[in-house]
Design a protein around this ligand. Structure first.
Ligand SMILES: CC(C)(COP(=O)(O)OP(=O)(O)OC[C@H]1O[C@@H](n2cnc3c(N)ncnc32)[C@H](O)[C@@H]1OP(=O)(O)O)[C@@H](O)C(=O)NCCC(=O)NCCS
Length: 168
């Protein structure tokens, strides 16, 4: 797998990635950090800015495009510098895999890679959040050593959020 920040020349590939989600009736693009609501060049600039200097809410963070054999497989967000309050609500790592490439082990590998990055950044544990009914994400986290630390109805909408801890 190749992991790297997005560049201007990735626009068509990302458009295709978003379209595939739409074709599968998935409105949100996980870990995309506002991709579909921004002008593409502004988004690329913001992602690079986040990697270099960070922003007020999220601190420094990495948004990697994940390629296998030249094909964009997924997005991986590594927020290794979060303020404590945000960390406990959103978690340190987010990811998504395009619908046609799911259940092939990609997310498990992407999370494993993210944990290596966090370790290199000096972290000794990470927090990950997902909805309880997102069995695929929960399984991905558990496969990588995640231990459930809390469950609650964060948004008062009857959908339970789970938070996991992984010691590095
Ligand atoms: C969650 C997601 C990233 C998983 O990606 P993936 O590449 O299919 O995951 P993997 O192939 O690595 O599978 C990881 C584990 O999840 C399990 N799994 C995958 N899809 C599943 C599903 N639909 N239902 C139940 N378990 C599932 C796999 O069996 C595997 O566990 P196992 O090895 O013990 O069998 C993908 O479904 C996705 O992009 N979903 C939409 C975005 C999202 O939910 N992101 C996470 C937000 S918290």
């Amino acid at each position: 797998m190749i992991y790297r920040l997005p560049e201007i020349h990735d626009q068509d590939e990302l458009q295709n990635y978003v379209q595939e989600h739409c074709d599968h009736h998935e409105a949100g693009i996980s870990a995309s950090m506002g991709l579909t609501s921004s002008r593409y060049s502004d988004w690329v600039e913001k992602i690079h800015q986040n990697a270099l200097a960070g922003d007020e809410l999220w601190g420094k963070s990495l948004l990697y495009l994940c390629f296998d054999k030249g094909r964009l497989i997924g997005l991986l967000s590594i927020r290794y510098n979060l303020p404590e309050s945000v960390r406990n609500q959103y978690g340190d790592i987010g990811y998504g895999v395009r619908p046609s490439e799911r259940r092939k082990g990609y997310a498990s590998g992407m999370l494993r890679y993210a944990l290596d990055v966090c370790r290199e950044k000096g972290m000794d544990m990470v927090i990950l959040g997902c909805y309880k009914d997102n069995l695929a994400s929960a399984a991905t986290i558990q496969k990588n050593g995640g231990v459930l630390i809390k469950e609650n109805d964060d948004y008062g909408e009857g959908r339970i959020s789970q938070y996991y801890r992984i010691n590095l």
